[in-house]
Every structure is written in structure tokens, then in C-alpha cells.
Design a protein around this ligand. Structure first.
Ligand code: PGA
Length: 253
């Protein structure tokens, strides 16, 4: 594994200022697990406040507009989230693809704008259950990535991939370690081909989809799993820290 395991909480459309105490608790506890890199992506409205609480953990956003400032009512671009204290942005999440019709081309433009603004990027990919049952999961995910991956500037150390099978998100179902290892291996192959083995080795591949304290250790010990993108279980400091502990234990195996 290139670096420390990376555990990222995606708060989605959850959280008011009352959640700041959870962020504080996560941050203070994360200082005990220095072998794990911990981050949270709160909604835009809390980025600045969570950033002010965060001494140890990274703070990021869940999306950004690809353009420069201008007449785009309701949108927020990469330099604005960087100014608010974000160090990374999650792009291409399946909920953005489904709810907002985001295409791979749009996601590629967002990635380029985020990298230009100095942000790190977590690029999400993942197949539906229908696609998996048809035996086309790997081809589908690799096609998503090929279309969205940035032209290589120097993004290896600023790029993270998150494989999130859509049928595992928020459902309590997780992919088996064998399925995860096979998909992550295929993604690694694509990264090697695209960027060369040395640069590719710097890109962590996270798994996401119903990661919880009780399955974290097994998932994180799976070959080629460089961390986890966590939705539901990141909303409570106790659950999220249980996953951080799992990552720390998996590191020691
Ligand atoms: P979940 O969400 O952990 O609630 O399944 C993961 C995600 O969508 O990033």
C-alpha cells in the first residue's frame, strides 16, 4: 500500500451546526490513530466550521462546479471550497450521477478544475446490481474511469479512486472480499496502464458501500483496498471511529 489507509466520511445531505461536536470528537480521537489518515466531507454549509475544528483530520467537499466564478445560481466552484478550508473533493458519486444526471465528461471537467484549484480528488465509480448480474461490472467500471480520469498533470498523489457498487450503498449489503479484490485489481491495472506503475502506486483505491465498524477490518485487510469511503456510519463519531480502529488493526496484520 502506497500510504496510510485513508478513511473518509461522506456526510451527504446531513448535518447542521449540531454535528460539529461529532466532528470535534472524530478529530480528537483521530490523533490516537496516526497510522490512519482520517477525513470528513460535510455539506458545503459546514466546511468552514468543521475546518476550524479540525486539527488532525482532513476536510473536503462532496462536489464542485467545474467552471470559474460567474452567473451560476446555486453553484459552488473548486476555488470557493478551497477558500472555505476544503483540501479535497469527492467527485462522480453515484448519487450525483443519478440525481443530477452527471456524465463522465462532466466529472472529468470537475476533476481538472479541482486539481487546478490545488485540491485532492476522490473519484467514485461503481456498477448497478443489474450490471453486476450481467457479468459486466468490471468493463462498466473501467469505462467510467477511462472517461473521467484526468489527463496526467501530476495528479497521482492527489488522486484517490473510490469503488462503490451502487447496490451496496446504504443497503447494508457489501461486496465480498473476493469481488472487491478482483475489482480493485482491475482498477489498479488501468491506473498502471494510464499513468505507469510508479505513479499508479501512489493512488489509493478505497472501497465504499455499507462499511461499518463490524466489517471494516475484513474489508480493509483485502488486497488493494487502500481505505474506505463511509456514508451512514460516518454520521456518528462512535461508529466512524470504530472503522478507523478497524483500519488501524488491518494495517498491523
Ligand atoms: P454508505 O454510503 O456507507 O451509507 O453505504 C457510502 C457512500 O455512498 O459513500
Amino acid at each position: 500500500m502506497a500510504e496510510r489507509p485513508y478513511i473518509v466520511g461522506n456526510w451527504k445531505m446531513n448535518g447542521t451546526r449540531a454535528m460539529l461536536s461529532e466532528a470535534r470528537a472524530i478529530d480528537r480521537a483521530a490523533q490516537r490513530y496516526m497510522k490512519v489518515e482520517v477525513a470528513v466531507a460535510p455539506p458545503y454549509t459546514l466546511i468552514h466550521a468543521v475546518h476550524k475544528e479540525a486539527e488532525q483530520i482532513g476536510v473536503g467537499a462532496q462536489d464542485c462546479h467545474p467552471g470559474a466564478e460567474g452567473a451560476h445560481t446555486g453553484d459552488i466552484n473548486a476555488s470557493m471550497i478551497a477558500d472555505a478550508g476544503a483540501k479535497f473533493v469527492i467527485l462522480g458519486h453515484s448519487e450525483r450521477r443519478q440525481d443530477h444526471g452527471e456524465t463522465d465528461e462532466l466529472i472529468n471537467a470537475k476533476i481538472e478544475s479541482a486539481l487546478d484549484a490545488g485540491l485532492r480528488v476522490i473519484l467514485c465509480c461503481g456498477e448497478t446490481l443489474e450490471t453486476r448480474d450481467a457479468g459486466e461490472a468490471e468493463a462498466f467500471v473501467l469505462a467510467q474511469l477511462k472517461a473521467a480520469l484526468p489527463a496526467f498533470q501530476d495528479p497521482a498523489e492527489r488522486l484517490t479512486i473510490a469503488y462503490e457498487p451502487i447496490w451496496a450503498i446504504g443497503t447494508g449489503r457489501t461486496a465480498t472480499p473476493d469481488d472487491i479484490a478482483a475489482m480493485h485489481g482491475a482498477i489498479r491495472g488501468l491506473l498502471d496502464e494510464t499513468y505507469g506503475a510508479e505513479a499508479s502506486a501512489q493512488v489509493r483505491i478505497l472501497y465504499g458501500g455499507s462499511v461499518k465498524p463490524d466489517n471494516a477490518r475484513e474489508i480493509l485487510a483485502t488486497p488493494e483496498v487502500g481505505g474506505a469511503l463511509v456514508g451512514g456510519a460516518s454520521l456518528s463519531a462512535e461508529n466512524f471511529l470504530g472503522i478507523v480502529v478497524g483500519a488501524s488493526e488491518a494495517e498491523e496484520v
